[in-house]
Write a protein that binds this ligand. Structure first.
Ligand code: 8YV
Length: 314
């Protein structure tokens, strides 16, 4: 497809680096402002972030739609089957964000184990005058369970190895390209580890994968870290487990209904909460933006896209 200044719709929040890149080469419309049926008929591509929601009904608004470029590794909000049915190419931005997500996972592990945010508040509030901060938990040498062992999971495990952690994992199938011990189910894995890190894709296949049974198995000395998608963890069961101290604590970067985080979660003192910032560094968002734009440029230039989602690979 070779188009002069193709018309695209930005369907959800994207990094400023991507917006400026789009505006240099394309006619850019914003989702909430597009009403003119004639424009709808000219739109060739949709662009959104990893949390973008694009279903068959929305795609049907654009009869000339040929491509969806996602600035994110996750694309669980995209009805890829519906896109494929119409011959619409879907691309995402894997790999360029692996290090950042893995770094934040280690940051959350340290934060929950050593209660760093609480120690900061303790010091700022001059509570030290009343006595020492509580003892916390050691991360080095602890048992780590990884739910998911894809590219980001492997980056997390590599970092955890530097902390001499004893690493095991669970996933749909054991991998032949990693040396970590495989455990068949999340429940069995949770029962034998101190820290459980969630790094699976989102979507229907993993919805509530981490449920009350898994949390019970993790137990009162166990910690959960989620840098995947909020949908992977039964959030109501997690809140109850935290409230009843059925688990020791949690570090969460993702939530079920972002940016809304339940008050019951926000007021707990055994959680560390971050607002979906895992890939949120200048360097990585620039790299994601460049890749999302390169996919769009390739497609509109009649060239093969760089990173199609697996379901759209030839
Ligand atoms: C960002 C993400 O939230 O890559 C993903 O799937 O969840 C994060 O990197 C988002 O994609 C940025 O647009």
């Amino acid at each position: 497809m070779t188009l002069a200044r193709a018309e695209v719709v930005v369907t959800s929040r994207i990094p400023p680096f991507l917006m400026s890149g789009l505006q240099e080469k394309y006619v850019v419309h914003e989702r909430e402002h597009i009403r003119d049926p004639q424009v709808l008929g000219r739109v060739k591509a949709l662009v959104g972030g990893g949390e973008a929601k694009i279903d068959a009904g929305y795609m049907a608004l654009f009869p000339a739609l040929q491509m969806i470029s996602i600035c994110g590794v996750g694309y669980d909000g995209i009805d890829v089957a519906a896109a494929k049915k119409r011959g619409i190419m879907v691309t995402h931005t894997p790999d360029v964000l692996n290090d950042d997500v893995a770094d934040l996972a280690l940051g959350l592990l340290l934060a929950v184990a050593r209660k760093i945010p609480a120690a900061d508040r303790f010091t700022r509030n001059a509570d030290w005058l009343d006595g020492p901060f509580q003892l916390t938990r050691k991360l080095t040498g602890a048992k780590l369970g990884m739910v998911g062992m894809g590219r980001i999971g492997q980056a997390i495990a590599k970092r955890a190895s530097a902390f001499d952690m004893d690493i095991a994992y669970t996933s749909r199938n054991p991998r032949s390209d990693v040396n970590y011990r495989y455990v068949a189910t999340p429940t069995a894995l949770a029962a034998e580890v101190d820290f459980l890190v969630i790094i699976t894709p989102g979507g229907a296949g993993t919805k509530n994968l981490i449920n009350a049974e898994v949390l019970k198995a993790l137990g009162p000395q166990g910690f959960l870290v989620n840098v995947a998608r909020g949908s992977v963890v039964d959030q109501a069961a997690l809140i109850e487990a935290l409230q009843k101290k059925m688990i020791a604590g949690a570090g969460l970067d993702v939530f079920v209904d972002e940016p809304n985080v339940p008050a019951e979660l926000r007021k707990l003192d055994n959680v560390v909460l971050t607002p979906h910032i895992a890939s949120g560094t200048v360097e990585t968002r620039k790299a994601m933006s460049a890749l999302a734009l390169a996919n769009l440029d390739a497609f509109t230039g009649g060239q093969p896209v760089l990173t199609p989602v697996p379901e759209c690979r030839a």
